[in-house]
Design a protein around this ligand. Structure first.
Ligand code: NAP
Length: 258
């Protein structure tokens, strides 16, 4: 399917690895020029070089922490953008009783206030040109809480509320905002969470992965490529009537009828 977005410009945050990279790859495959971001310059440059070589699109890199004001200013200086994919690392797991105000502020900054600030920066330009696409990478934890990820559950619920209202305010100008909710995907983040289980329960990594895979009807972890393809479709010309949705990519793990 021709996604109809060749020649558009996308900012894909936190995209040197994992799900962000999957989105960057899929958009590049659709002919979209990219501004890619991550904190570590080495992995970012390596990924950008691979994408340039494979898809023949323009790729600009900005090594910066997207959760800081300076980092956001550095990536936004590379605008304007037709497409925005927000993403950042997820908060660490833990116990509800251990988190203090600073832990919550850090999680809110990374996973709620950063995507909101980025949207506030790019939406006016998208609305003025009558076309834009925003996809926020959030989490399955929005639909179904992951108890050890209380910081994530909290911050992402706040972002989801913001998107629910704002997406309806901008849709009339040809701009869509939607959230993609990853369940378990095979990325460094998943390995980090599996490692925590390995440590806590004294089991092998293979056993941890096997046990988590057994909780997914699809019987396996998702891949960044599958995730990226869904993101690229939401950014396509065909997705203009999909507004303010929270789309689960979890292999059926969330046991719900709707
Ligand atoms: P990942 O494999 O750890 O990749 C994270 C990417 O983001 C890397 O490129 C990393 O590069 C970059 N990054 C992290 N923090 C950043 C920051 N502050 N500023 C700029 N770049 C940053 O993670 P992932 O699995 O793709 O997860 C992406 C998001 O989805 C996370 O919020 C995660 O919590 C959420 N999620 C993931 C899963 C899953 O199963 N994978 C499930 C539910 C939710 P640098 O480290 O060099 O900055």
């Amino acid at each position: 399917m021709d996604l109809g977005i060749a020649g558009k410009r996308a900012l894909v945050c936190a995209s040197s690895k994992g799900l962000g990279r999957g989105c960057a790859e899929a958009l590049a495959e659709a002919g979209v020029d990219l501004v890619m971001n991550a904190r570590g310059a080495e992995a970012l440059e390596a990924t950008a070089a691979e994408i340039r070589a494979r898809h023949r699109v323009n790729v600009t890199t900005v090594a910066a922490d997207i959760t800081t004001e300076a980092g956001r200013a550095a990536v936004l200086a590379k605008g304007p953008f037709d497409i925005l994919v927000t993403n950042a690392g997820g908060p660490p797991p833990g116990m509800w009783s251990d988190w203090g105000r600073e832990d919550f502020l850090k999680a809110l900054d990374a996973n709620m206030l950063t995507p909101i600030a980025l949207m506030q920066a790019v939406l006016p330009g998208m609305m003025a040109q009558g076309w834009g696409r925003v996809v926020n990478i959030t989490s399955v934890s929005v639909k179904s809480p992951v108890a050890v990820l209380g910081l994530s559950n909290s911050a992402r619920a706040g972002l989801t509320g913001f998107v629910a209202g704002t997406s309806r305010q901008v849709a009339g100008k040809g701009v869509t905002i939607n959230n993609l909710l990853p369940g378990i995907h095979a990325t460094d983040r998943a390995i980090a969470l599996d490692s925590a289980v390995v440590k806590a329960r004294g089991i092998s990594m293979e056993q941890a992965i096997e046990e988590r895979s057994a909780t997914i009807p699809a019987g396996r972890y998702g891949t960044p490529a599958e995730f990226g393809a869904a993101c690229a479709f939401l950014c396509s010309q065909h997705a203009g009537f999909i507004v303010g949705q929270n789309i689960l990519l979890d292999g059926g793990a969330t046991n719900a009828t709707l």
